[in-house]
Design a protein around this ligand. Sequence first.
Ligand SMILES: [Zn+2]
Length: 387
Amino acid sequence: MERVVLRNIGLLLSGDLHRPILDADTVLVVNGKIAAVGREKDIHCEGAELVVDAKGTCLMPGLIDSHVHPVAGDWTPRQNQIGWIDSYLHGGVTTMVSAGEVHTPGRPKDVVGLKAMAVFAQRAFSAFRPGNVRIHAGAPVIEHGMVEEDFKDLAAAGVTMLGEVGLGSVKDGATAHTMVGWARKYGLQSTIHTGGPSIPGSSLIDKDIVLAADADVIGHINGGHTALPDEQIVELCEKSPRALEIVHNGNERAGLLALRTAGELGKLGQVILGTDSPAGSGVQPLGILRMISMLASLGEIPAEVAVCFATGNTARIRKLDGGLIEVGRAGTFVLIDRAQHSSGKTVLESIERGDLPGIGMVMIDGMVSAGRSRNTPPAGVVAEVVS
Ligand SMILES: [Zn+2]
């Protein structure tokens, strides 16, 4: 599709924390990228191959799950489920970031093996996009014995990030700091596991290790599931300039504490969201929507701001293409409306009351990936392809 027009948008959420609502009703996408955002009368809409009538519903950027654990294809051995990525698409997730392919049966822990697996996962998920969902994978879990040259090799082979530090044998702050530094030197992003062990075999990573490691993302600051004591979470928010990631499969109370603390410190720009799934607690197709709703309702954050945590913030911090409604970005959108029979009068009010929005359509790179979601409560009004 060369030219795509989305018109009659009732509410446009930008994903940008500084201006979360845009005064616009039309978006033009050319060759998969946003080419114009504004009022229909001001945009050159002729010659479009695809026209979507939003019917007055709400458009927001495609959601980004900052913390997934893919393995191979659309299968997770952790719960022996297939089709989980396609299910998340029906929860509005259009981009996923791997925090390590850690559930791979027989995952290699020797240096040659873990590097080979990272390169394999990066290649395989670059080429495999169920429902067009983009999966950034190939995230090796660091182990003792790795040297600087290994990080250089990984970068040269196309690997762009590390899996959760702490899930391998490196669990001390000094070694983690050294290896995270090597990763950063060669352009690899890093994430650290935070809190108690998630499954047998993983272990406690406390605030001292997290601060010493200084990874780019404080992975699940609210625990995965077991959270650090409150004072340690507060200290991490106060002292770290890095991303503060809150996950679905973490401790909800700790997540709300992290959100409140980040807000008080003026650090909402550092808050990003993930599911930390598939995991012991399963597969959560609506996990990111549930986080937005939970943080907006119990955290008393405007819904349009909570959306930014799972879109613009993550895109900026992780240097991704989508996540914002602005010219030049990917034409990747979710069209939502207040769910049928929500007590909220508008879609934003419904989210602030703790309800989930209904998804009417998902578009990725200017193409329709899903119509009315099979997983969310039904949207009151659903966008429609009109030509
Ligand atoms: Zn973890």
